[in-house]
Design a protein around this ligand. Structure first.
Ligand code: HEC
Length: 416
């Protein structure tokens, strides 16, 4: 028996030996020819100076020292960060690499991570003034600098910036640029109507205030497809909700927000809904505490994007669309939620949600000591704004089927 096995092994070795001799030698994989295009398309939005990633991957010189770590992170699919289960939907902003790209990177590293010929290097992508959305039409800045103390908990700070708009404007893309990434934990931008600031309670995201954009660690800027825009009325203010986290020394921040106005006529306004549950209590030590929420569509609509939001104890999050006749389908599943990556999942094809259908969200929280992010497994955890408290929100971005702003302006003009 042993002998047979040995022969078999020998034969296998021979077969492999021969095949490697016979195969054409695999071509040299180089940074300039093969790897730079992958990094340009998939990594440098974050991996360049001034952005959230710890190192730049724009040039060979920048990337070479990280070769081994790069191989490890792309093989494990930790990088690029992407957390949707591919079984349940296609997203236009899917950052994950193809198998082919992963193989190319692995081969490059295994072959010694060489640079290659300068002639092969494609032109690096441009980020004018650091903006990912392109050069903004308008940049609004916090009216004054804010000093973040060295220690302690800083309650949310609100800064109201007048837009100065004399007429209603449609916005197609929005990007928030933190002034000092070391201390800016997250920013949410709201649009408040001209009289909004005078009304009480408007600055705590309740009633009358519309979300405009958010930036949390890992979140990419908002950009809508042509024909879809966000309405910002004349005289509106943009209010920035700033969540600062002290880092041991006093720091200054002045965050700005860039807007690109819609260049094409806008047919539909982007609307926002949220499946929220504020009434949960996660027991101490609970490993898999379930919380559910729902959002019902009152009119026929199409869903454009989805975004789960939880804090440090968030474990997984699922969005199901339940049709009026009871049929249902999963439209987004994030099996391993990671608080560090607040991703808005843009559906590759908008999904029809007829009137009466519901988006049902199911989340699980891990309040045990197994969760390495857990600030305190001994606490009962309830809804709250600080990161050691929790949230459970399934944001839904959609348009209304009946809405056609082009037609209504045409009709209005005819009536004139
Ligand atoms: C959306 C932003 C983003 C994208 C896209 C992205 N990264 Fe990262 N990357 C980060 C951040 C932030 C970190 C540091 C925190 C972490 O490890 O999660 C990081 C860490 C890394 C590390 C580990 C560095 C270390 O300290 O050991 C490697 C390697 C890496 N990225 C490679 C890549 C490669 C290769 C790509 C593209 C194929 C890529 N990343 C795409 C944001 C990004």
């Amino acid at each position: 028996m042993k002998a047979v096995r040995l022969i078999v092994i020998a034969l296998i070795c021979l077969a492999f030996g021969f095949s490697s001799i016979e195969a054409t030698p695999s071509p040299q994989i180089t940074f300039n020819k093969d790897v730079a295009p992958i990094f340009y398309n998939n990594c440098v939005v974050c991996h360049r100076a001034g952005e959230i990633a710890p190192m730049s991957l724009l040039s060979y010189k920048d990337a070479r020292p990280w070769a081994r770590s790069i191989k490890e992170k792309v093989v494990s699919r930790d990088m690029p960060p992407w957390h949707a289960d591919p079984a349940h939907g296609k997203y236009s902003n899917d950052r994950s690499l193809s198998e082919k790209d992963i193989k190319t990177i692995v081969a490059w590293v295994d072959q010694g991570a060489v640079e290659g010929s300068a002639r092969d290097l494609p032109r690096a992508p441009q980020f004018p003034g650091g903006w990912q959305i392109g050069k903004p039409d308008l940049v609004l800045e916090m009216p004054q600098e804010f000093t973040v103390p060295a220690e302690g908990v800083v309650s949310y700070q609100y800064f109201a910036i007048p837009t100065g708009f004399r007429e209603d404007r449609w916005v197609q893309a929005v990007e928030i640029r933190p002034g000092n990434r070391a201390v800016v934990h997250h920013v949410i931008a709201f649009v408040v109507g001209p009289d909004g600031l005078r009304r009480r309670g408007l600055l705590n995201n309740e009633g009358g205030v519309e979300g405009l954009a958010g930036t949390a660690p890992g979140e990419m800027p908002t950009a809508y497809p042509d024909g879809i825009g966000k309405l910002v009325k004349a005289g509106s203010y943009i209010v920035l909700q700033m969540h600062y986290t002290p880092v041991g020394s006093p720091q200054k921040d002045r965050t700005s927000i860039g807007l690109i106005f819609s260049r094409r006529p806008v047919r539909k306004a982007i609307m926002g809904g949220a499946a929220i549950n504020r009434f949960f209590a996660i027991p101490p030590g609970a490993e898999n505490h379930q919380v559910r929420s729902a959002y019902t569509f009152r009119e026929d609509a199409h869903i454009l994007h989805l975004m789960p939001h939880m804090h440090l104890r968030g474990k997984d999050f699922e969005f199901r669309l339940v049709y009026p006749d009871g049929r249902e389908r999963i439209i987004l599943s994030v099996p391993r939620y990671d608080f560090n990556w607040q991703t808005r999942y843009e559906l590759a094809t908008p999904i029809a949600a007829p009137a009466g259908s519901r988006v049902e969200c199911t989340a699980h929280f891990d309040n045990s000591s197994k969760n390495r992010w857990n600030p305190d497994p001994a606490k009962t955890v309830r809804w709250g704004q600080q990161t050691w408290e929790e949230m459970m929100i399934g944001f839904v971005g959609f348009t209304l089927d009946r809405q056609n702003l082009l037609e209504s302006t045409a009709t209005a003009n005819r009536r004139d």
